[in-house]
Design a protein. Structure first.
Ligand SMILES: [Zn+2]
Length: 260
């Protein structure tokens, strides 16, 4: 049986708009958490599923991603793996990674992809064997993270890296449920994108039911996420920036979103 057949993934809401994610392999009993916005939310899901937490992967140092880490680590004894750049900021780290490192979590070979911009330490986690990635606060559904510690050029480079690195059929989880607001903004950038218009309607319906819009896929993001589409001539044209380089178009889109 392949790892995809024995894997179950549980995504749940934490805090106001954060996500908790648990990746579980039935065969080995391995259970991997990505970020811990809220220990109690994780404990509730672990109790409900009976899964025993073995590993915690951290995407970046922001409080809403590590707030529950100390408590969850103490209660479960899970091994905590996160960015080397945050070794000083996150005291619970047992192991740190840099760009290109591989870590083994039970049967899962997990690749660390450095995607700085939102923060300098940001790591996106990718598990090729099950075609799953977690992009933290770098890539969101129809959006990207605000650029706090890096600069816009750095963020564009990180998003470009993800586009090249993650196959179109990769299932993507991320840190926040921001999709509805992102969709409203995205249609102002590319009103003529029919796939985007259809997705925006779908998202409004999903949110009206109170359901999550994540995970997404790389294919869906490439087709509809304006931040990934900064290199498309149609997007540059729509912004009156024909012929300008993708990073300049990206910077303009990011600035407009910051001011929206
Ligand atoms: Zn953040």
């Amino acid at each position: 049986m392949s790892l995809s057949d024995t894997t179950e993934i549980h995504q749940f809401a934490c805090l106001d708009d954060n996500f908790g994610v648990l990746i579980h392999d039935r065969e080995s009993g391995t259970t991997v958490a990505v970020d811990v916005p809220d220990a109690a939310a994780y404990e509730a899901v672990l109790a409900e599923t009976g899964w025993k937490l073995s590993h915690i992967l951290i995407t970046h140092h922001h409080w809403d991603h590590v707030q529950g880490l100390g408590e969850l680590k103490t209660k479960t004894g899970a091994v905590v793996i996160g960015p080397e750049r945050s070794r000083q900021k996150i005291s619970e780290l047992d192991r740190t990674v840099e760009d290109g490192d591989d870590v083994l979590c039970g049967p899962y070979e997990v690749k660390a992809i450095a995607t700085p911009g939102h923060t300098l330490d940001q790591i996106s986690w990718y598990i090729p064997s099950i075609k799953v990635a977690h992009t933290g606060d770098t890539l969101f559904a129809l959006g990207c993270g605000r650029v706090f510690e890096g600069d816009k050029e750095m963020m564009w480079a990180s998003l470009s890296h993800l586009m090249h690195r993650l196959p179109d059929d990769t299932t993507i989880y991320c840190g926040h449920e921001y999709t509805e607001a992102n969709a409203k903004f995205a249609v102002t950038i590319e009103p003529g994108n029919e796939a985007l218009q259809a997705r925006a309607k779908e998202i409004a319906d999903i949110r009206a039911l109170g359901k999550p819009t994540l995970p997404t896929t790389m294919a869906a993001e490439k087709a509809t996420n304006p931040f990934l589409r900064a290199g498309e001539a149609s997007v540059a044209d729509a912004l009156g920036m024909a012929g300008q380089p993708a990073e300049a178009v990206f910077a303009e889109i990011r600035t407009r979103k910051d001011n929206a």
